[in-house]
Design a protein around this ligand. Structure first.
Ligand code: B16
Ligand code: MG
Length: 215
């Protein structure tokens, strides 16, 4: 298959913002005396903000009104925004810039497919924006991963069939989204967690655009 486009998840693939999400959710948990663990935070990767809050409240066995949830969603995001306010290009994950340079030079189109509503801020702060032909983020979709909407909109927006796109994802929900969208998916991280992906690589170090022909 000759691929025409690469669709990248953001958090955990291009930058590591999971640590900031974790800190911001932990701060929020103090409101209802709940201590979020790192293992639980793993299960929030790729999951939307609303769904993340619902999961945390369920773990805490805390039932909140819709009004209270709105207040807490804003509070969590305010905490998160202040934590990411000093992000910079040094926080781009290893090998990413070299790989983006190579695929751009070789004519592949590049899109973002992220659940985050803060994706554009992060791309600006880290200087990653110029590589992207299209941004599909949490503001542009109504269904979150594992629904394939974010990646299908990416393929359609670039003018390609799903089968012409390769998705790079670090979360199980995102891997499922790519598969149900009919796309090839490369997992970034731990092969035992991302076992449904077509291939798993630990990161982009040493990955070349010619590897796209082998995936
Ligand atoms: P926000 P991704 C996801 O981004 C994160 O992995 C997930 O932890 C977060 O809850 C979600 O974005 C929503 O983020 O609160 O910034 O809208 O991995 O899909 O790039
Ligand atoms: Mg991710």
């Amino acid at each position: 298959m000759s691929y025409k486009a690469c669709l990248f998840d953001l958090d955990g693939v291009l930058v590591d913002t999971a640590i900031y999400h974790f800190k911001a959710w932990k701060m929020l948990g103090e409101n209802f005396n709940y201590q979020l663990t790192e293992e639980q935070n793993e299960q929030l990767k790729g999951v939307s903000r609303v769904e993340s809050l619902n999961r945390i409240l369920a773990w805490a066995s805390y039932s909140a009104t819709e009004e209270q949830k709105e207040i807490w969603l804003k509070e969590k995001n305010d905490n998160y925004l202040s934590l990411i306010s000093s992000m910079n290009p040094a926080e781009i994950l290893p090998g990413v810039v070299d790989f983006l340079d190579q695929i751009k030079e070789n004519g592949y189109k590049i899109a973002l497919g992220s659940a985050s509503k803060n994706a554009e801020i992060i791309l600006e702060k880290t200087g990653l924006m110029p590589w992207f032909d299209l941004i599909i983020d949490g503001n542009k979709v109504s269904k979150s991963k594992p629904d394939p909407e974010v990646f299908l909109k990416g393929a359609e927006g670039l003018g390609f069939l799903p089968s012409e796109c390769i998705v790079f994802e670090d979360a199980q929900a995102g891997v499922e989204a790519a598969i149900s969208g009919g796309m090839k998916v490369i997992g970034i991280g731990d092969a035992s967690v991302l076992s449904d992906a077509d291939k798993v690589i630990p990161n982009f170090v040493g990955i070349k655009s010619t590897d796209l022909l082998l995936f």
